[in-house]
Ligand binder design. Sequence first.
Ligand code: ZN
Length: 97
Amino acid sequence: MPASDGRMSPAEIRAFQAWLMDHGFEDSECSFCGHTGGWNTAGSVVQTPSYVASDQGARFGARTFAHVFVVCNGCGHEVFFDAEKLGIVEYGEESDG
Ligand SMILES: [Zn+2]
């Protein structure tokens, strides 16, 4: 489980990098700039909030989703992966309060 500020431990970063290698991502070409010089593992877990429509436009929902990501060494393009799917975070049971 990452630290409360989202930083991944060295072991979690190594596990993420191993997952990338197992899935052939490390050698993949950036879909934006075509660079093949590798990716930087950011080492942090970030969140994206769910979308909720309202009378005043979109607003943040209560639910968020955790992601880990890599950054293209050529252009800075970022690619995100679901942190739960990779086993880096676990979502607890939701409660009604
Ligand atoms: Zn790129």
